[in-house]
Design a protein around this ligand. Structure first.
Ligand code: SF4
Length: 300
């Protein structure tokens, strides 16, 4: 089977030609690449979705204080806040994305979708969507496969790593995957799915990777929440039939171009942006001193 996931246009053309759905094409690809059965692939996807849901639950039920202290149970605070900005569902979406990501920052078990730094976005979005629309698990599993196809193309054309393309590549890609998944679950057409991906990328373009003290905590956790919100707004726009104007493949290309031109200090090096603010530097110093203090005595 020829490599399918080079461009969105190519993916769509392949599916039309072979009369298969986007999701089925990902399954076929997995079968041909890994020699796995359909049952084994679907079981793997189901297991991953279960881990995502457990991560959301863990963030709410266990203490989520990171070693640095920068992460301190923000998901619980948002979930139980008496002040609701839009709707209880929006509040839950934000809280769930925070929750799963906090589990990652506290060294818990998550699904890197597509990376650990962006591991709160898909769980927050899918969990909330499923609950709101009473969708069966099978639909969510299909949505995860569709999202995997989206990620493969972005990785091929641009990057999924903050160290290569900045945060746009990590949280931006996760948000694009989530937006496509939402539109798919709500019965959107291929064009609408791709528009949602394109609109999300347009909204996340240029975001730098600047983790304070080099830890995947600040701003990573809150960016997962905002990316989840953007995924939903992009899906809403696309489902209304609004065109992205710039086709999705060109948006991905633009992301690659912006990532390439980004200075290294904005690519997970903690040498720019929030990481080098006065407070960011103070935190980095404190974390470093504490880590040296707890190193085993080399001379004993
Ligand atoms: S700031 Fe960097 S480390 Fe944090 S989520 Fe974004 S890409 Fe990942």
């Amino acid at each position: 089977m020829a490599y399918l996931f080079e461009t969105f246009t190519g993916w769509q053309t392949y599916c039309k030609k072979h009369k298969v759905s986007l999701v089925q094409s990902v399954i076929d690809y997995e079968i041909s690449e890994k020699g796995a059965t359909r049952e084994a692939i679907m079981a793997g996807v189901a297991a991953n979705y279960q881990v995502m849901k457990e991560a959301v639950a863990t963030g709410f039920s266990e203490d989520m204080t990171s070693r640095s202290g920068m992460i301190n149970n923000s998901a619980k605070k948002v979930y139980h806040s008496k002040k609701t900005v839009l709707s209880p569902q929006f509040q839950q979406l934000v809280a769930r994305a925070l929750s799963a990501k906090e589990v990652n920052s506290c060294m818990g078990r998550v699904v890197a979708a597509p990376t650990a730094g962006a591991s709160g976005i898909m769980p927050g979005v899918l969990y909330t969507l499923q609950e709101l629309h009473n969708l069966p698990d099978e639909k969510m599993h299909e949505a995860l496969l569709l999202a995997a196809g989206i990620a493969l193309i972005i990785e091929h054309q641009s990057s999924l790593a903050g160290a290569v393309g900045g945060c746009q590549a990590e949280t931006g890609s996760a948000a694009a995957m989530a937006a496509g998944a939402i539109v798919y679950c709500l019965g959107g057409r291929t064009e609408e799915i791709f528009n949602a991906v394109a609109i999300t990328i347009q909204c996340m373009l240029g975001l730098v990777c600047d983790p304070v003290a080099g830890l995947v905590e600040v701003p990573c956790v809150v960016r997962n929440a905002s990316a989840a919100a953007i995924a939903n707004s992009a899906a809403q726009i696309a489902l209304a039939g609004v065109d992205s104007v710039i086709p999705v493949d060109e948006c991905v290309e633009a992301m690659g171009e912006v990532g390439e031109s980004m200075e290294n200090r904005y690519k997970e090096t903690a040498l720019g942006g929030l990481a080098t603010t006065k407070t960011g530097r103070q935190i980095a110093k404190r974390v470093l001193i504490r880590d040296i203090d707890i190193l085993p005595d080399q001379e004993s």
